[in-house]
Each structure stands twice: as C-alpha cells, then as structure tokens.
Design a protein around this ligand. Structure first.
Ligand SMILES: [Zn+2]
Length: 245
C-alpha cells in the first residue's frame, strides 16, 4: 500500500498532510487554499500562490528595482509589488520560505527598503507577508545589518499603515526587526513566531517549555499580535482593513 502511495505522491496529484498524514488530492487542496480539510493545517505557500489567493486577478505588478537590475534579476526570498485586494490598492511584500528558508540577506533588505519607500511616497498601505528562518547567515554581518536597515525604513513611514501577516514560520532576525513593527499584526493559525527555535531555548534555559510555546495563539493571548485570521478569511479581512485608510 505504501508503495502505491509513494507513486501517487510522486506524480504530484496527491499530497500528504505533514500534520495529520492524510493523503489529499492536490487539486482539492488547491481549491481549499492549501489548507488541509481534515486537520486545518495551513500549508506553506510560495509568493506566487499567495498573490493568486490574496490579490484581485491580474492586478499584481512587480516593483522593479533600478533599471539595470530589472533584467535577469535573480529570484529572491521576497516578491514585492503593487496590487489590489477587492478593489483596494496597496503595496505588498511577500516572503517565500522555499527560497533559502526565506532568509534576509542584502538583496531582500534592499527590496524591503524599496517597497517601504515607495509605499511611503505614494501614501498607500503596505502589507507584508512574513515567513523566514531569519537573517541569511552566509552573508555574515551584512545580513545582520538588514535588520537595522529595514527598521529604519519602516520608521520613515508616517502617513500610511503597515500591516504584517505572520505566516509559519517567522523567526530570527525577521521576527526581531521590520515584521514585528506593523501597525496591525495579523497571523495565520498556529504559525510559529519567535526568535530562536524551541530546541535551542530549551537546551539553553534547561527547563521544559510550556505547550503552545511560540504559537500564534499563545502570542495572541499575551498581546503580541492583534488577530489570528484563517486563510479563507484573509482576503476579506485585509480588504476591510484597507477600507479604513
Ligand atoms: Zn492535515
């Protein structure tokens, strides 16, 4: 039986839910916005899928960097652009965990600064979907500098709102910099949001961590985030928030 399942999974028509191990038809999963209909597990999304389920069809226009960077710019762990959500215009920065664990290096920092500057100048709201393992440690101190840079750029935005949507997982230097500085902090259910991982913390402090440690639900109960929004309600929630501004 497991061999049959392996073959089914390999051809891409079926996917196993990593939380409840249910085998789900990929097409059904896609229709359900990549949420398991057995256990409600929210699968990680690529930036492109995120755009597809969040923005009005065909409204997303990627923000170019400088002219010479436009052609052949390498794919990065964030996709930035302008779009409409139920007719409301906004800027979006969407991180992608599948690209080097969503890590923030110089190029990602550059894109975040650019989208923040553009949103500030046009006075349009900015929505940031965060997912990251943290700073891109291969870039050493230059990676760490991106925390400072993005926080500084965020501080310059005064007349338009910044909305962060935490998705699973948002950790390290990304959770500890610009992403936590939204005016409104939303999260998908059960997303892990924290700095160091639970194993590192547990071995450092030498005690057992409480259940729900670093879960969005725990952070909501402790006042760190404003609301947990199910993926099916995210588009309408964002659009109603955008109507305020
Ligand atoms: Zn499941």
């Amino acid at each position: 039986m497991s061999e049959v399942l392996d073959i089914a999974k390999k051809d891409g028509r079926w996917i196993e839910c990593k939380k409840c191990s249910e085998i789900i038809l990929t097409k059904k999963l896609e229709e359900n916005l990549w949420v398991c209909n057995h256990c409600d597990h929210h699968f990680r999304l690529s930036a492109k899928d995120r755009i597809r389920i969040t923005c009005d069809e065909g409204s997303f226009v990627e923000l170019g960097m400088d002219e010479q960077d436009d052609e052949g710019a390498p794919e990065e762990a964030i996709l930035c652009g302008k779009a409409a959500i139920e007719g409301q215009e906004c800027y979006l920065g969407i991180m992608d965990f599948s690209h080097k664990g969503g890590s923030m290096g110089i190029a990602v920092g550059q894109k975040i600064v650019k989208i923040m500057k553009t949103a500030r100048e046009s006075r349009l709201p900015l929505i940031l979907f965060s997912t990251s393992g943290g700073v891109r440690i291969q870039e050493g101190i230059w990676g760490l500098f991106q925390m400072l840079r993005t926080v500084h750029a965020r501080d310059q935005i005064e007349h338009s709102p910044v909305i962060t949507v935490f998705t699973d997982p948002t950790t390290g230097g990304v959770s500890a910099s610009f992403s936590a500085l939204g005016d409104i902090l939303l999260s998908e259910p059960r997303a892990r949001i924290g700095f160091a991982g639970p194993r590192v913390i547990q071995s450092t402090v030498q005690c057992t961590l409480p259940p729900g440690f670093q879960d969005a639900e725990t952070l909501l109960a402790n006042g760190f985030i404003d609301r947990i929004v199910h993926r099916r309600d995210l588009r309408s929630t964002l659009s109603s928030l955008l109507k305020w501004f």
